[in-house]
Design a protein around this ligand. Structure first.
Ligand SMILES: [Zn+2]
Ligand SMILES: [Zn+2]
Length: 185
């Protein structure tokens, strides 16, 4: 059983250059096994025609249904632009109660801003947003340290500035939250 693991749920078909590297990076950062599931289709019911965006919570819930056991963390990954009420967009959304989250790579790509793609930078941003949302699923809140991955990102500049590492205080919270996982085997 894949208890205490991370399940990555793609809302897209086919290979992505970052897929295996992201899986390995998350395993390294959280000391948990991680896996990609089969793709999940994007439901038209989650689409807001007026905004041309998908509702983040709908995707989070859909990804969460793939959860294999209560101890598993689920992270949905979409290339569609996503939003939550009262916000123009979100990079991601998480539920600490369900240990489920979703991120969107749409606004992490330079192409969104009519700039040339930078795969190395895109990968770093995807890792940063993934680690941030998984941090929320473990109960962590936003951190005042601008170089901590749990710092709130309002823009890509914030994301690039903070990187994907936890400050010592947040790292301690992650370790406490995962303590039962790491003593199991
Ligand atoms: Zn956050
Ligand atoms: Zn922190």
């Amino acid at each position: 059983m894949r208890a205490c693991s991370i399940l990555l749920v793609p809302f897209f078909e086919g290979e992505r250059f970052y897929a295996e590297a992201l899986r390995r990076k998350l395993t390294e950062i959280f000391s948990l096994e991680s896996f990609w599931s089969s793709p999940e289709p994007l439901s038209l019911e989650s689409y807001d025609m007026n905004r041309a965006q998908y509702r983040a919570f709908d995707l989070l819930r859909t990804a969460c249904l793939r959860k294999e056991n209560p101890m598993q963390i689920v992270l949905g990954i979409t290339e569609a632009d996503i939003y939550e009420d009262r916000l123009n967009f979100v990079f991601g959304l998480a539920s600490a109660f369900y240990h489920c989250a979703v991120i969107s790579t749409a606004r992490l790509s330079n192409r969104f801003y009519d700039m040339a793609e930078d795969k190395r930078l895109l990968f770093r941003r995807i890792v940063t947003e993934s680690v941030h949302e998984i941090g929320h699923t473990l109960g962590l809140e936003h951190c005042p340290d601008p170089h901590c991955v749990m710092h709130f990102s309002n823009s890509l500049a914030d994301t690039d500035n903070k990187g994907y590492r936890f400050c010592p205080n947040c790292r301690r919270k992650v370790d406490i939250s995962l303590a039962s996982c790491h003593t199991e085997s």
